[in-house]
Design a protein around this ligand. Structure first.
Ligand SMILES: *Cc1c(COP(=O)(O)O)cnc(C)c1O
Length: 228
């Protein structure tokens, strides 16, 4: 069951990549396991899925030690500064860097020889209840990162406003890709490299791939409804 859904999602990613002249290997599938138990994640790990995403530190900390050691964990949710220690201990990429104080805390705690990889979350829809930096704040934010060598920025992430029709989300994905292009052409600090675009969820990951996503975050399409 889960293997079939996994194969199906990967087939749809490959088809979307093909439609847009991209290689399927350019896109990494992050299986979002929030609200799912270890018993739901383990079969997917056994089938070969490596990248898993979590939103809540406490839940993640309970699950990660009970799953195989070779898995790569992505933190996707809004992270409080007092959880940075756990971030560094359990995770390999933060998708949701959204404030300078959080970047400062990560930089302070990361070993100087091992800067922690992050994506900067951009609030494209200007939605007040959502986290993420407004795009106008990006230039100053990138400049500030110059003095934070313990952080290494690998790209951008966004969660566009929900729309039932994925075509309505396309302009947001296009916008994030455009921001990566635009800032990629500027002089940025050595620890800011905009390579990755984390965008697309169960409802719209194919559109995100067509628009350049390198990481898609998929939960429901793999595991079914949460808490079911
Ligand atoms: C829950 C979540 C997802 C996955 O959502 P689905 O619609 O279940 O695929 C992806 N990204 C983030 C940040 C999430 O919180």
């Amino acid at each position: 069951m889960i293997e079939k859904r996994w194969a199906d999602v990967r087939r749809r990613i490959a088809a979307a990549a093909d439609r847009s002249g991209r290689k399927a290997e350019e896109i990494r599938l992050v299986a979002v396991g929030k609200g799912q138990g270890v018993e739901a994640l383990a079969p997917l790990a056994a089938a070969g899925q490596i990248d898993f995403g979590e939103n809540w530190m406490q839940e993640a900390q309970g699950k990660i030690p009970r799953l195989p050691r070779h898995l790569r964990w992505h933190f996707l949710g809004h992270l409080q500064r007092n959880k940075v220690k756990s971030l560094l201990a359990f995770f390999s990429l933060l998708h949701s860097l959204d404030s300078l104080p959080l970047a400062e805390e990560i930089s302070k705690r990361a070993a100087p020889q091992a800067p922690f990889p992050c994506l900067v979350e951009v609030n494209l829809g200007g939605e007040e209840q959502k986290s993420g930096l407004p795009e106008e704040a990006l230039p100053a934010f990138f400049t500030e990162l110059q003095r934070l060598p313990g952080v290494i920025v690998r790209g951008l992430m966004a969660i566009p406003p929900y729309a039932a029709d994925p075509e309505q989300t396309r302009p947001y994905f296009r916008r994030l890709a455009e921001l990566r292009r635009r800032f990629g052409a500027r002089a940025l600090p050595a620890n800011v490299r905009l390579t990755e675009l984390s965008m697309g969820m169960s409802n719209d990951f194919e559109v995100a791939v067509e628009e350049g996503a390198t990481l898609v975050r998929v939960g429901t399409a793999l595991f079914g409804p949460r808490g079911a």
